[in-house]
Ligand binder design. Structure first.
Ligand code: GLN
Ligand code: ZN
Length: 766
């Protein structure tokens, strides 16, 4: 008998982003809700069958979602804020979309619920709100419907839900700073999960999986108690009919493993990639309860590289010294990896053989499960193992000696910009002559159908590079004229030439590879296609200089140059696993530094270096923050801009930046100005800026660009007043909260007009 194989979750967007396309079509009125439902059903069927064919024993259901699994959980629990219910939609999907993306129409006008990054991934979840009036109850049949749907196909799935602990820890109370976990709330939530469990028992499920990734975070006072009281009420609902897998991922649970083990779960899912050493040590120390199966997360759900079977088998063999009950599992949901390497014919077979996306990882799970049950002699003869080992023997890429030499020659001075920031800010005020509350945008303007079509034409060879460049220049010209008309202070060229803020840079750097179709869901229907770091990185040629110089030549206003920073390029790429992230980031920093200096030489006075994803990869455990990340990530950013003139103004930008806890580290990046998201979240970050005596000038976003709604002038003015209540007016910038490329022109320009008008109105009364 081979060990069980289990998948935590499977990508739902479809091999060709079918789900994205059909939902966006529905939003535009091009197809109906029934079309959406039909496509969704086809995708679920296809994905279940794929897993069945690959020999997976425990195939997930309810991992499907129209928008986000956290939002689904909120709906399941009846936690839909009253303002969305009041819209009075007949179809539940319409309410769901209104919560996810806001709604403006004949039924009302509501903003979306805030969105945050899902742990250290680039996936964003909707932050649920639990109001004091919220009546928690079992309010949806989605998990059961999907289970029955699979059952009708002859597949008994393992339903997956976000667990109650994680749900509560991530939910917020809109009226209070922190959600209070009173008895009533804990009981109500636990009782819904208990109902879910017993209902699945009735429906014939063998296993149910509750995901509790929040367990890999440091515990605060009361956390362990909360966890225990929730599950003390939930576990009895199994009633001998169904098994409960407590699944954890994105790190280790060593600090609570003993408790979890004593509670008597049927399965405990451990991340043996990101939490490997600590989790193994915990199992070694506390053992495994009789009747508990360890779901060994050995297949990485967050990389695109082939699994090293020898390492996975080593982990399983180590666990076997403690228990015989082992299932071979993905370390987290495969939601975070692309669909399949099939069709990536732009990559050489010699390269492609090093990659495993979701579908290929299913095969790996199966291989590992088979090998795990073989003795050493059988393994020695196993072709699967020998073939796998061959991938890791020898050198995959030749190191770039020139890059190594440049890095070795760096000194401490290369990481410090002169003079000190306060002095620079004075010099820049004189040199740039901007008004108080200067207005600007984050860089990109709507990437219309036209722009994308023109790029596709270039790719297919239907137009020449010159024709394409002419087209982009026209776009830039129009965008500049429009910005001048509405009166923005610091202009941008609009980033029309870029498909993506990381891929575009990667294409001009040595060491990167690109895929055709390796999309990963980022938020709602949005997907990203990260490039792959394959070898040592260096700048192959100037990247943005010609475009920025052209744009500056078309206006008397200040034109901001637009770059992506090294930490973000790495975080939004698939990094190498044979060298450290620190080294890869330093290589990238040198490449972008060359670009910064070339922009300056070309007469660009304001340069924005986006570090949209800096917060994203902050380790989940506080004790790792500096050692494992900030100690090299922040200096890498400084290396990028340390050599510019004092009067050159360096901006940076961060998305969804819950960065009140690392506010000092952000100040230490030593940028002159930062813009960041703050319009959809709370105002906590403004307090942090205030309390930390934040030196960097800052533009907390004054409206949410992730929603198509148009903010009114009054709304933005109110928002600026909120900002001014916490910040020194001399340090405030007025901007949207992120780039505008995903928006349409129809909403973008009126929104920006309101933004400029609001800034002027506030200036007038200062
Ligand atoms: N400059 C980029 C843009 O405007 C920044 C995008 C981002 O922060 N994600 O698109
Ligand atoms: Zn952003």
């Amino acid at each position: 008998m081979t060990a069980l194989t289990s998948v935590s979750g499977f990508p739902r967007i479809g091999s060709n982003r079918e789900l994205k396309k059909i939902i966006e079509g529905y939003w535009k009125g091009a197809n109906t809700l029934d079309d959406v439902r039909a496509t969704a059903k086809q995708l679920r069927t296809k994905h279940w069958k794929l897993q069945q064919t690959a020999g997976i024993d425990l195939i997930p259901s309810n991992d499907f979602s129209y928008y986000d699994q956290m939002l689904d959980t909120a709906i399941l629990l009846g936690a839909v804020p009253a303002r969305y219910q009041r819209l009075g939609f007949e179809q539940p999907e319409d309410t769901l979309f209104a919560i996810g993306r806001g709604y403006q129409g004949d039924k009302g006008d509501v903003t979306a619920l805030p969105m945050k990054k899902w742990f250290t991934t680039n996936y964003h979840y909707i932050v649920p709100e639990i109001e004091s009036s919220t009546q928690i109850h079992l309010a949806s049949t989605k998990p059961f419907d999907e289970f029955n749907e699979a059952k009708a196909l002859g597949i008994v799935t393992k339903p997956v839900l976000i667990g109650p602990y994680t749900f509560l820890k991530l939910a917020r109370d809109p009226q209070a700073e922190e959600l209070e976990f009173d008895r009533g709330l804990i009981n109500d939530i636990a009782s819904v999960y208990a109902q879910v469990l017993s209902k699945f028992g009735e429906l014939g499920a063998q296993w149910v999986q509750f995901d509790e990734p929040y367990l890999v975070l440091d515990k605060e006072d009361g956390d362990v108690e909360l966890f225990k009281s929730l599950y003390a009420k939930i576990l009895p609902a199994r009633d001998g009919k169904v098994k409960l897998l407590l699944n954890t991922y994105f790190g280790h649970i060593a600090d609570i493993y003993e408790t979890v083990n004593l509670l008597g779960f049927d399965g405990i899912g451990l991340d043996l990639i990101e939490g490997k050493d600590e989790n193994l040590a915990a199992v070694d120390k506390y053992g495994v309860a009789k009747g508990t199966t360890i779901f060994a997360g050995v297949v990485n759900g967050r990389n695109i590289w082939r699994n090293d079977y020898a390492i996975s088998l080593g982990v399983i063999d180590a666990l076997r010294t403690k228990t015989d009950n082992i299932a071979v599992s993905t370390a987290c949901s495969l939601l975070h990896v692309p669909f399949s390497t099939a069709g990536e014919n732009g990559l050489e077979p010699q390269v492609l053989k090093h990659f495993a996306f979701a579908v290929e990882k299913l095969g790996e799970l199966h291989d590992i499960a088979v090998l795990a049950d073989q003795d050493d002699a059988a393994r020695r003869d196993a072709k699967a193992l020998a073939d796998n080992q061959a991938l890791f023997d020898g050198t995959r890429v030749t190191p770039d000696q020139a890059v190594a030499k440049r890095l070795a020659a760096l000194t401490a001075d290369d990481f410090v910009r002169q003079p000190a920031r306060a002095e620079r800010q004075r010099l820049q005020r004189e040199a740039l002559g901007l008004p108080l509350l200067p207005t600007t945008t984050i860089g990109s303007f709507p990437q219309t159908k036209e722009v994308r079509a023109e790029r596709a034409r270039l790719r297919k060879g239907e137009i020449t590079r010159d024709q394409y460049d002419e087209f982009i220049k026209q776009q830039i010209d129009e965008c500049i004229k429009h910005q001048e008309q509405i009166g923005l202070d610091v202009l941008v060229h609009g980033e029309f030439e870029r498909n993506d803020m990381v891929e575009y840079f990667g294409q001009h750097l040595n060491g990167f590879l690109f895929t055709k179709n390796a999309w990963v869901q980022s938020y709602g229907t949005r997907c990203v296609k990260p490039p792959i770091v394959w070898g040592d990185v260096s700048r192959a040629e100037p990247i943005t200089v010609a475009w920025s110089a052209y744009a500056q030549s078309r206006t008397k206003h200040i034109m901001k140059g637009m770059l992506t920073g090294p930490v973000t390029i790495l975080n939004w790429s698939w990094p190498r696993e044979d060298v450290s992230h620190e080294l890869q980031t330093q290589q990238l920093a040198l490449a972008i530094r060359d670009e910064v200096l070339d922009l300056e030489k070309a007469g660009i006075k304001v340069i924005q270096i986006d570090e949209a994803a800096l917060r994203e990869k902050l380790p989940l455990r506080k004790s790792d923050w500096h050692k494992k990340y900030l100690d090299w990530a922040i200096p890498a950013f400084r290396l990028v801009h340390s050599a510019v003139k004092p009067t050159t103004q360096i901006h940076t930008h961060m998305c969804y930046s819950e960065f009140n806890d690392i506010i000092r580290d952000i100040d230490a990046m030593d940028a002159d100005v930062i813009s960041f998201e703050a319009s959809r979240g709370d105002l906590v970050v403004l307090d942090a800026i205030h309390d930390a005596n934040f030196e960097t000038e800052a533009g907390p976003g004054v409206y949410d660009i992730h929603s198509p709604r148009i903010p009114s002038e009054a709304e933005i003015e109110h928002r600026i007043d909120e900002i001014l209540a916490k910040m020194d007016v001399n340090k405030v910038w007025i901007n949207p909260d992120c780039g505008l490329k995903t928006r349409g022109n129809a909403e973008t320009w009126p929104s920006l007009e309101h933004l400029v008008a609001a800034a002027k109105a506030v200036r007038a009364r200062l």
